[in-house]
Design a protein. Sequence first.
Length: 177
Amino acid sequence: MRSFALPLFCLGFAVAVGCSTENSAQPKVSGQGAEAAIDGAKFLISEEPSGAQAVIATRQSAVDGDEVLLVGRIGGAENPWVKGRAAFTIVDDSLQACSDIPGDQCESPWDYCCETDKLPTSTALVKVVDEQGNPVQADARELLHVTELSRVVVKGKAQRDDAGNLTVLATGIYVTK
């Protein structure tokens, strides 16, 4: 009786592995990796727009609903990305990332840890939105081909909260070279 136990166990294991491998090769349904189907090119601006304002200036002047064009670098936190959304924070160009300071060995220079006292008035949240104004459900890094400290020009509408924080509902992004 015991001589059949091992072969049956192996057969059961092989079937289970075969089934799980087969299932993993099936296409993902909506809600499971659907962001891979989104074409990021429609959100990218091919030529740098002129007249972009600094983040600080935009924070000071923009009111809710204004069309804005601002420039900054992705960062402001150890993780400037919003999981599952094409959203990130940008920092005013006047601030120095740790990598801009000669000899600084910071492992995450995009968190601007050398400028933390200035961050509250020097950042903006960028949310890439579709034609209906809904946040795009995709990773911004993959959608827009950006990384921490990428310099971007953002075109969109200003959205202010009660605390005065600035969010830009972006319809276009230019990634500078």
